[in-house]
Design a protein around this ligand. Sequence first.
Ligand code: HEC
Ligand code: HEC
Length: 212
Amino acid sequence: MRGAGVVRQRRAQRPLRIGILCASTVLAALASAPADAADAPEVVQTVCAACHGPDGNSVAPTFPKLAGLQVEYLEKQMREFLSGKRKNEIMDASLPALKSADLTAVAAYYAGQTPAAGTVSDEKLAAAGKALFDDGNTASGVPSCSGCHLPTGAGNERYPRLAGQHATYTAAQVQAFKTGARSNDKARVMRAVAARMTDEEIAAVAEYIAGL
Ligand code: HEC
Ligand code: HEC
């Protein structure tokens, strides 16, 4: 009788132990941020890696780095490419692959990758960009970028990470918000910010962000 009781008790405990094991495995995997492309969802390896790199650290400055961007942001963007709310000719060719992919898994994979540091090629331009990023431009009403994207540019679940992104890509996105070519920002937040920026300010802040 006593033996059976122990067995029952062990059985009852098992699911909990497995739960703890799974959680710690996931945490360990996130902490070590595997750069191993073999861990990526298949679509990442077979389609997306060509432009975004196997670990989301793209090399070409017109292809955004996806490594370390927030899950929420990545998933939102993929859904909006699919719905046509965000449009881009180069991403168009990947839409069929995106349509059949597990978007949550793809977003989680890229979010868990370690972002490679970006490079600044013009220190003077970056210094001008830092002033705008941290303090905005009170005369023209440009708010500080740090107010939403955080002083480190790391972002959070509401505002995407910008730090280390290719300057060419960042500048192109701000320009697209400015002209309205990109209009998938909720409540027009980024369009309102970009509309007040000069081309010089856009180039400078993009250069600074690349080095964050
Ligand atoms: C031929 C190159 C190419 C391929 C292949 C490609 N992308 Fe992209 N991707 C781009 C470009 C270029 C952009 C920037 C689009 C823009 O300017 O709006 C982009 C943007 C994105 C963004 C938005 C990033 C941001 O910071 O807002 C996500 C997310 C994304 N791609 C995911 C994917 C996924 C997932 C796949 C595979 C199914 C994929 N891409 C395949 C070129 C590519
Ligand atoms: C009031 C909050 C707010 C402020 C201030 C703000 N942003 Fe944003 N930004 C956002 C949000 C929200 C998004 C995501 C839009 C979306 O969902 O597509 C975003 C997106 C972006 C993107 C697109 C990122 C990508 O990977 O494609 C860039 C680039 C950007 N912001 C640059 C800036 C710069 C530069 C400044 C300062 C001049 C700034 N932002 C100020 C809220 C803000």
